[in-house]
Design a protein around this ligand. Structure first.
Ligand code: NAP
Length: 473
């Protein structure tokens, strides 16, 4: 069979596997298989690409494959679930850098006269887009990584004239892009190339600067989308069909995810990108507009056990604190004990609980909590008044009633899980720490709420051991 036909038909198979895999990732029960199927698609795409007659030397490809394999394996093996957003940020950044390098290499290949003395307009335009988007994605992602890893302050960095600076940089890249595409004079083309490459790298950094560390997951999802668009443009640069398809899929799924996250926080993308959310923690710490009433009432593990032993309808609401304390396995153990004791147990999942989309689902799946027990926010809220006990495990913002009651609150309008409607609330947290938004939470002060203080895992172990001693007697 002709080599071109073999390559392109394999690319079609790989693309179909990507789409099937993505579809299966949408449901927990099929997600692992979907991941594997997409992986097989990528393997086919890589192997077939290596057959391309344009490959002149395999040495550096093998070196790259070796380094990438070791790095990828080490990440998959050792990076903690709570550090996943940082890792995704790094991977997006490398994706953007790879596209930038592909665009730059193609420009130099053309400029050196291998094909024609200056790039044809279409090629020049896609090289420009590849480098612009790749550059922004690279430095933006590295900045996002530094904020999340706390190498840099998570606070939004604001200065006067910031939007003007960003606007000027963007305008400069557009002017340079036009010159690069239509000038035809090799010297101007080179100057324009150098200008928009430098400007895109600066722009990535300055665009992420005013965004707070807590909003980084949304930014990372957006940068993920940009890395896909850059890869798609790179696919046009080197006329590689599967890169175009894969880039489009990453680009569009990243956009969809970004929109879902913004909706779940009831904020617009423009608000996330430009409002400097979280720049004024002092105002936020006061609870936004809410006047806090009531007192925090502690409860011991023994008393929590007594409450839970009598409960027939129990809802467990996990949040970021469950991820921090890695309490998911002991949560599953507690749920099993409650069921053995005759209670019906559900897990209420808020779409932005934790620090990345699907964070709670991933942790609970890791602990083998049956998928059927996970109930989405919209489905659980009507049931909340019939719940005997709501166990809030390291969740704060996603159960803050101010989001639905207090128009002055910065999180007003964010949909929440109505934990406050349960007959009794047992809230597990270490102390008075605020959630991601920095707000205090009236839920913890309500007459029907009891605070089980301590690391969530240790607190739950205390309750589980009470159940175990009951079973032993
Ligand atoms: P949260 O509002 O960040 O609150 C987490 C709570 O967990 C804190 O109040 C903390 O209180 C407690 N905690 C921390 N470590 C703990 C431990 N070891 N044991 C027990 N408790 C612990 O979490 P959330 O309710 O899950 O809300 C998520 C927030 O992140 C939302 O505001 C959401 O908008 C935002 N966000 C999420 C995403 C996403 O994709 N999921 C993306 C961007 C932003 P103590 O310090 O007192 O223990």
């Amino acid at each position: 069979m002709n080599r071109e036909i073999l390559i392109n038909s394999s690319y079609i198979v790989a693309s179909i596997l990507f789409v099937l895999g993505l579809k299966m990732l949408g449901r927990q029960a099929t997600a692992r298989r979907g991941n594997l199927i997409s992986g097989v698609g990528m393997l086919i795409a890589i192997v077939v690409t290596l057959l391309d007659k344009h490959v002149v030397n395999y040495t550096w490809i093998i070196v790259g494959l070796g380094v990438g394999t070791v790095f990828g394996y080490a990440c998959a093996r050792f990076v903690k679930m709570t550090s996943m957003p940082e890792m995704v940020a790094l991977l997006n950044g490398f994706g953007g850098l790879a596209s930038l390098i592909v665009g730059a290499a193609e420009y130099f290949r053309i400029a050196n006269g291998t094909i024609v003395p200056d790039p044809p307009a279409f090629t020049a335009a896609v090289i420009y887009l590849t480098i612009l988007i790749g550059g922004i994605t690279f430095t933006g992602s590295i900045y996002a990584f530094c904020k999340l890893a706390e190498w840099l302050s998570g606070r939004p960095v604001l200065f006067s004239g910031q939007h003007l600076v960003n606007g000027t940089l963007l305008a400069a890249t557009i002017v340079a892009g036009v010159i690069f595409t239509i000038s035809g004079d090799p010297q101007w083309v080179f100057l324009a190339f150098a200008a928009f490459t430098a400007a895109s790298l600066i722009l990535g950094w300055t665009l992420v600067m005013p965004i707070g560390g807590g909003d980084m997951p949304v930014v990372i999802s957006m940068l993920n989308s940009l890395s896909g668009i850059a890869a798609c443009a790179a696919g046009f640069v080197i006329s590689n069909n599967v890169l175009v398809v894969a880039g489009c899929l990453v680009g569009t799924s990243g956009v969809i995810l970004t929109i879902i996250m913004c909706k779940a926080m009831n904020r617009s993308l423009a608000n996330v990108l430009f409002s400097g959310f979280g720049a004024a923690p002092a105002a936020a710490a006061a609870g936004g507009g809410t006047v806090m009433q009531g007192e925090l009432k502690p409860i011991s593990a023994e008393d929590s056990f007594a409450v839970l032993e009598a409960a027939r309808q129990v809802v467990i609401i996990p949040g970021y604190g469950m991820a921090v304390s890695q309490a998911q396995h002991v949560v599953r153990e507690l749920a099993e004990m409650l069921e053995k004791n005759g209670a019906e147990v559900r897990f209420a999942i808020h779409p932005v609980a934790g620090r990345m989309p699907g964070h709670m689902n991933v942790l609970l799946a890791e602990a083998n909590v049956p998928y059927e027990q996970l109930v989405e926010m919209d489905a659980i809220n009507p049931l909340m008044p019939s719940m005997d006990v709501a166990i809030v495990i390291g969740a704060n913002d996603v159960v803050n009633p101010a989001a639905s009651r207090d128009k002055a609150s910065p999180i007003y309008g964010m949909p929440i899980i109505n934990a406050h409607e349960a007959r009794t609330v047992i809230a597990l947290k270490r102390g008075k720490g605020a959630g991601f938004s920095g707000l205090e939470n009236q839920l913890f002060l309500l007459p029907n709420t009891r605070m089980l203080y301590g690391d969530a895992k240790a607190s739950l172990q205390g309750v589980v051991s009470e159940f175990k001693s009951l079973a032993a007697t």
